[in-house]
Design a protein around this ligand. Structure first.
Ligand SMILES: Cc1cc2nc3c(=O)[nH]c(=O)nc-3n(C[C@H](O)[C@H](O)[C@H](O)COP(=O)(O)OP(=O)(O)OC[C@H]3O[C@@H](n4cnc5c(N)ncnc54)[C@H](O)[C@@H]3O)c2cc1C
Length: 418
């Protein structure tokens, strides 16, 4: 069994691991990135075929590299995003080893630093460890419908395309960016679709000539440091599909998707929904309109010459499913053969055996600096701000973490010279 010493071990070779590598290299800090599969693997094998980035190419990228052969206002396909990160790794000459999983990390008992065990049998001793294993690690399916209930049940991370599902109607549960896009794709392929809609934000795709990514940027909302009160889990429904469009639940309903409230329970073939559909849609509308208001105020305050767009405030007629909500669905009677759970992800740090987690297994950290000295986290939702789990945001968080490591190394260097 071989062993190796590195100053910093970065676990995970997605965008977070690469951003970390770039900043460490810039500071001259020796490091190694271990990726259990391929660079940016989740973009290749844990996303559906037609997925494009939610933000335009000018925005959803790192500062040091633009997408090649892509209009900056276009939305990169998932493979283009993965290719972008492969190119990025080459550009920064990242010391990355792929196909190697870190199976455990423990703190040394009698000296600083950590020992990592890797799946290729190597042992790595590192002074610092950065966990860059992703914001969305383990698919979560709430235990509502028993496995043997009948319909095929998959998580959105396992959904690829409509042909993968048996013929028949589909219930899509969760109406964040994933659920709403998957429901739309299934409906366009000719399926009967039920979409279970919970609380959500739904910014306009574009308003007065600017993409919502731009609006969130100039309004300081990407930089918001804490989630709005009570909104820690509110998902954001946006789509770059077919050139990008505002997610409009009424329009989906009018086109024939049956919107239902939160999926509450299942019993004996019947799926039951909370009577909260109208409220969830109204709150989403309020969020949408508040962004228009903020954008208008910004334009007025800064004297910008951007075209008026009063029609953006027309919400359109309520579809029947909104005025007469379905509260229960007999799955067999409705011909439902599949359920797609777009219900999010949990973290899984089973390999990181250090004192850096709360009683629910969540990292105890501030801006990525954990309570276990020498251990850092990157890429987590709201790590430092709203943008933290997104492509552009993680790059800035990685710079902060690299800086923290540099400061720590400075003190240790003084000790040694003394
Ligand atoms: C459907 C979907 C669409 C999204 N679209 C966008 C978008 O358009 N724009 C945007 O900015 N963000 C988007 N995101 C959010 C975010 O950008 C992605 O989730 C992104 O993959 C996160 O990158 P990451 O490097 O933090 O984590 P990951 O991409 O999850 O990378 C972590 C890596 O760590 C590896 N790994 C895990 N455990 C180990 C281990 N023990 N040892 C070694 N390697 C390990 C994994 O194989 C993986 O490659 C989207 C997320 C989802 C789910």
């Amino acid at each position: 069994m071989s062993s190796q010493e590195v100053e910093v071990l970065v676990v995970g070779g997605g965008q977070a691991g690469l951003a970390m590598s770039e900043h460490l290299s810039e500071g001259g800090v020796p490091h190694l990135v271990l990726e259990r599969s391929r660079i940016a693997e989740r973009w290749r094998s844990e996303r559906w075929d037609s997925l494009v980035a939610n933000g335009p190419a000018w925005h959803d990228r790192f500062p040091g590299l633009e997408f090649v052969d892509l209009d900056p206002d276009a939305f990169a396909g998932k493979e283009q995003v993965a290719d972008y990160f492969v190119a990025y790794a080459e550009k920064i000459n990242a010391p990355i080893r792929t196909g190697v999983e870190v199976t455990s990390v423990t703190r040394h008992a009698d000296r600083p630093g950590f020992r990592a065990q890797a799946s290729d049998g190597t042992t790595i001793d590192a002074r610092y460890v950065v966990a860059a294993t992703g914001p969305f690690q383990r698919p979560v399916i709430p235990p509502i419908v028993p496995e043997n209930a009948g319909p095929r049940q998959i998580h959105s991370s396992a959904y690829r395309n409509p042909d993968q599902l048996p013929e028949g109607a589909v219930v899509v549960i969760g109406a964040g960016s994933s659920g709403v896009q998957i429901a739309d794709e299934l409906h366009r392929s000719g399926r009967r679709v039920y979409l279970s809609v919970g609380p959500h934000d739904r910014p306009p795709r574009r308003y007065r000539g600017r993409d919502f990514c731009w609006w969130l940027g100039v309004l300081g909302l990407w930089d918001a440091e804490t989630p709005p009160q009570g909104a820690e889990h509110v998902t954001i429904a946006v789509s770059g599909a077919r050139g990008g469009h505002t997610v409009d639940f009424r329009e989906l309903g009018r086109r024939g998707i049956t919107l239902v409230g939160l999926t509450a329970a299942y019993d004996d073939g019947i799926l039951r929904f909370a009577p909260d559909l109208a409220g969830n849609i109204a709150n989403g509308d309020a969020n949408y309109l508040s962004l228009l208001d903020a954008a208008d105020a910004y334009i007025a305050r800064n004297g910008l010459d951007l075209p008026e767009e009063p029609e953006a405030r027309e919400l359109g007629a309520d579809p029947d499913c909104l005025t007469n909500p379905v509260l229960e669905l007999d799955l067999a009677e409705a011909g439902v053969t599949s359920i797609v759970w777009a219900t999010g992800f949990a973290a899984d740090y089973g390999w990181l055996k250090v004192d850096a987690f709360d009683e629910r297994g969540r990292p105890r950290q501030r801006r990525g600096v954990s309570t276990e000295p020498g251990v850092y986290f990157l890429g987590l939702p709201w790590l430092s701000r709203r943008g933290s789990s997104f492509i552009w945001g993680v790059w800035h968080d990685a710079r902060y973490v690299a800086d923290h490591i540099a400061i720590s190394r400075g003190y240790l260097a003084y000790d040694q010279s003394a």
